[in-house]
Design a protein around this ligand. Structure first.
Ligand code: CP3
Length: 352
């Protein structure tokens, strides 16, 4: 094990910003920085077989994690994996079908749920831990390593519907009809996700990000129970063992609920989706933690002066508090790598 979670004194720019220490410029990384917009990713992906085969191949997963770092020199690398390895490791059938996204065998009742268990969790996720172990030596010394998982609500939306959905109807229907039953699924996700993330930290992840992509679909009355509480439960377990490892949350689309999220979950910071105004985030969120974000990923598809102007707006708006530059959501496959290079050069040198 290369566990290097005693990173209190690390001089990595990203870790310094997360500790609220002064930095020479805002650190940056991008959601989905590894992926289909990069030709070298597509080549490695073609060698790997299925998408899950790639996630469970330590050598190739290490390679695709490093690809964007080599090109653009982000301040942090994010482990290459997927949020759906947890349902897979719990025993649910998970496949990724070209052009269709993830397909799972839906879990919509307690009988189906009872077939899932944590008995083989670490054994099935061992290749992911091996990827992290390799990355601790393969990454440039100035680059931090982010481990991650999906937040329980978002993972549950895929597990219950059996696929990605525009409205998260299947999970909502179960949660609203039978909150006690649905909370059994959520408890399993809290426990397995916490165990998975503890191992990621033990193996060398220096920061953890929890992706709650569908937090914004929860009604005001449900946000606490299905977004804040499960996140807070995971944070509590991780902080009990690793109080100094920063944890970041991404309750995408949460709107003004970002305030409750950053105050009540125990996270050290949040990722903002592109709808959040910088001046509001500076006042309402930065006093409570780090903010990451939040250029619209479609502006990077467009590129040019519009992209640079918006990056400058965000940097200016958030410059008085801890800020890590990022996208509002992940890169889409049609993103030209030259635009990512131009944005990264601007973030590094402030010139465009
Ligand atoms: O570079 C990185 O960001 C690290 C790797 C990463 C992936 N997925 C790789 C991936 C991360 C952090 C994720 C998170 C993830 N996965 C989320 C949360 C963040 C978000 O984007 O909202 C979600 C909801 C998923 C589930 C998922 N995985 C979907 C819905 C899809 C299909 C859509 C698509 O883009 O194809 C995936 C597949 C996936 N995960 C790909 C990659 C690079 C593309 C698969 C391929 O190569 O064919």
């Amino acid at each position: 094990m290369n566990g290097m979670n005693g990173n209190q004194n690390s001089s990595k720019r990203f870790l310094k910003a997360l500790r609220h220490e002064p930095v020479d410029r805002a650190p940056f990384w991008y959601m989905r920085q590894a992926g289909r917009y990069l030709p070298e990713y597509k080549a490695t992906r073609a060698d790997a077989g299925s998408f899950l085969d790639l996630c469970y191949n330590p050598k190739l997963a290490t390679e695709v994690t490093l690809q964007p770092i080599r090109r653009f020199g982000m301040d942090a690398a994010i482990l290459f994996s997927d949020i759906l390895v947890i349902p897979h490791a719990l025993g649910q059938d998970v496949r990724f079908v070209e052009g269709e996204g993830p397909l799972l065998d839906p879990i919509q009742n307690l009988k189906k749920l009872s077939l899932l268990h944590m008995d083989h969790l670490h054994e099935r996720l061992a290749p992911v831990y091996e990827t992290i172990d390799r990355l601790t030596t393969a990454l440039p010394t100035e680059t931090a390593l982010i481990g991650f998982a999906g937040a329980p609500w978002t993972v549950a939306t895929y597990m219950v519907a059996g696929r990605g959905t525009p409205d998260q109807a299947a999970a909502k229907t179960w949660a609203y009809r039978d909150p006690e039953g649905f909370s059994k699924l959520m408890d399993l996700l809290v426990q397995s996700t916490a165990a998975y993330l503890l191992k990621q930290i033990e193996t060398g992840a220096e920061v953890i990000q929890l992706f709650d992509t569908w937090a914004g679909s929860l009604s005001a009355g449900q946000f606490d129970r299905w977004c804040i509480q499960p996140t807070a439960a995971i944070v509590k377990i991780l902080k009990a063992r690793y109080p100094d490892v920063p944890i970041l949350g991404f309750p995408r689309g949460a709107g003004i609920n970002y305030v409750r999220f950053i105050k009540e979950t125990g996270v050290n910071g949040v990722s903002l989706d592109a709808t959040v105004p910088a001046d509001w985030a500076a006042e309402a969120l930065q006093p409570y933690g780090v903010v990451q974000g939040n250029i619209d990923q479609r502006l990077v598809v467009a590129g040019g002066q519009g992209m640079i102007d918006d990056a400058r707006r965000i940097l200016d708006g958030l410059k008085n508090g801890p800020h890590v530059f990022n996208l509002g959501h992940g890169f889409v496959p049609e993103t030209p790598p030259e635009h990512v290079a131009a944005l990264s050069d601007f973030l590094r040198d402030g010139k465009a």
